[in-house]
Write a protein that binds this ligand. Structure first.
Ligand code: SF4
Length: 214
């Protein structure tokens, strides 16, 4: 029976992406092969608890929610993540997957909204982006850029154009790296350049601060 290493399962309001503000169950898988300079979930790099699919589904269903987000760490670093995503979809949840852009998304259930985090130069991990994932993007998917400075912003703009991302996905998300760039500065750049992207503010950090399990 397949098992996954899980850092935490909790219910909260989605803080990011297309379903921001909506009650959501979060399944955070343990482990990540990247080391982004701004990472706010380093506590998920190791440890965790081995859980079977049935136990995960039971914990997710302990509160009434429509949305489930599978996150990490890097969830796709555990191959059995694909089975978890399918099982959640089969159960009737609307499922999103937060993935780093460094793992192949082939095999992810088509009902899942993939939130592909293309790593900017400021992350220190942009060389890990697998651009083959861009050709896998579907209309329900989302592409996210965490922007640390003006160089990252220009890089993200270029990638949006280079891969014609506006026509490929439901949401283009520009998010300021919490400690490095003011969201208001990013907002100003977006408006000045008339970009057709969504400024993303990590709602959960404004509501509850920068801590696990929220
Ligand atoms: S991919 Fe995500 S979890 Fe992994 S180091 Fe980067 S920010 Fe942290």
């Amino acid at each position: 029976m397949s098992q996954l290493r899980i850092t935490e399962i909790f219910h909260s309001l989605q803080g990011e992406a297309a379903t921001a503000g909506l009650p959501t169950a979060f399944v955070r898988l343990t482990g990540c092969p990247l080391r982004c300079l701004y990472c706010d979930t380093a506590y998920a790099f190791s440890g965790g608890e081995l859980m079977g699919l049935d136990d995960i589904l039971q914990k997710v269903s302990s509160r009434k929610v429509r949305y489930v987000t599978v996150t990490g760490g890097e969830p796709l670093a555990q191959p059995d993540c694909l089975g978890l995503l399918k099982a959640l979809c089969d159960t009737g949840y609307q499922v999103s997957l937060e993935t780093s852009g460094a793992m192949d998304t082939i095999g992810v259930d088509e009902r899942v909204s993939v939130v592909l985090d293309l790593k900017t130069p400021g992350s220190g991990e942009s060389s890990r982006n697998l651009y083959g994932n861009v050709s896998q993007l579907k209309p329900i998917d989302q592409v996210k850029f965490v922007i640390c400075n003006r160089e990252d912003y220009e890089w993200a703009r270029f990638k949006v154009e280079e891969y014609a991302l506006r026509d490929k996905v439901a949401e283009l998300l520009f998010s300021a790296s919490h400690a490095e760039l003011e969201s208001s500065q990013l907002a100003q750049w977006i408006l000045e350049d008339e970009l057709d992207v969504r400024l993303q503010i990590q709602l959960h950090k404004y509501l509850w601060g920068d801590k696990p399990g929220v």
